[in-house]
Design a protein around this ligand. Structure first.
Ligand SMILES: NC(=O)c1ccc[n+]([C@@H]2O[C@H](COP(=O)([O-])OP(=O)(O)OC[C@H]3O[C@@H](n4cnc5c(N)ncnc54)[C@H](OP(=O)(O)O)[C@@H]3O)[C@@H](O)[C@H]2O)c1
Length: 247
């Protein structure tokens, strides 16, 4: 087992990619703290994988602080943080309202930053740790009509690099760029996006488990010499000719 006895927090882990990561971590021996804004959902997943759970809106600094206080009190340490939550909305630069812009950045960027601050301090104090930020191809390129989301994902990639520099050598910080994965985010507008699927070199959209298995590796001691990397798990799409937009 690659994560035996590790304490891991996976944000947004009651569905889709986050849930797959939580299940894969539990399979590898970690005690997973499941996170959601919805208590019943989080409790259910925690029961399934014999983990713990926390409820917090990551755009609320007080709720995030309380979540880490709970982890400190209950588990005494945190070995792995996966920042996975995301909020997405349509709208190009000229369409997006200030309210929606602020909301996306509060969840997708400030939420990741706050979790890194809390986790990073715990990990520095205990002498080790691994942080993984889930990002998207649109953060490296762009996505017509998805301005705030794409920009937030680009900023997450920058956050990953800065945190990796600031938390070294004690804590490893890496990013995972998810490709199109078969979740509601991935399947949105599927009819219109079929040509994009045809441009994926591995000729299929991804599954949550594809991202989860990469997260297991990056979180584990097998990746002990890897920090400040951003790994695309996308069937080769990001780095291919004509890969187009990537939500
Ligand atoms: N699916 C794809 O094709 C794709 C492609 C590229 C990147 N990604 C990235 O992969 C990650 C997971 O994607 P997914 O498709 O699995 O997403 P998802 O099913 O929409 O799940 C996102 C999670 O974020 C949580 N969340 C949203 N706003 C929150 C808030 N304010 N506070 C706390 N939690 C909040 C939700 O939790 P609750 O509702 O339970 O509170 C939900 O579980 C995201 O970072 C996404 O950007 C996905």
């Amino acid at each position: 087992m690659l994560l035996k006895n590790k304490i891991a927090l996976v944000t947004g882990s009651t569905q889709n990619i986050g849930l797959a990561i939580a299940r894969a971590f539990a399979r590898e021996g970690a005690k997973v703290v499941v996170h959601s804004r919805h208590e019943a959902d989080a409790r259910k997943v925690a029961q399934e994988i014999n983990g713990d759970f926390c409820i917090a809106d990551v755009s609320d600094a007080t709720q995030v602080a309380a979540m880490f206080e709970h982890i400190k009190k209950t588990h005494g340490r945190l070995d792995i943080l996966v920042n996975n939550v995301a909020h997405s909305t349509k709208g190009g630069i000229l369409d997006i309202t200030l309210e929606e812009w602020n909301r996306i950045l509060a969840i997708n960027l400030t939420g990741y930053f706050l979790c890194i601050q809390h986790a990073g301090r715990m990990m520095q104090a205990q002498g080790s740790g691994s942080i993984i930020n889930i990002s998207a191809g649109s953060g490296e390129r762009s996505s017509p009509g998805g301005a705030a989301y794409s920009i937030s994902k680009g900023a997450i990639n920058s956050l990953t690099k800065q945190a990796a520099a600031d938390l070294a050598p004690t804590v490893r910080v890496n990013g995972l760029i998810s490709g199109l994965v078969g979740t509601p985010i991935g399947f949105k507008d599927m009819g219109n996006r079929k040509p994009e699927y045809d441009m994926i070199p591995l000729r299929r959209i991804g599954q949550p488990d594809d991202v989860a298995e990469a997260a297991v590796f990056l979180a584990s001691d097998k990746a002990s010499y890897i920090t400040n990397s951003i790994l695309p798990v996308d069937g080769g799409r990001l780095n291919s000719m004509g890969s187009g937009s990537a939500r």
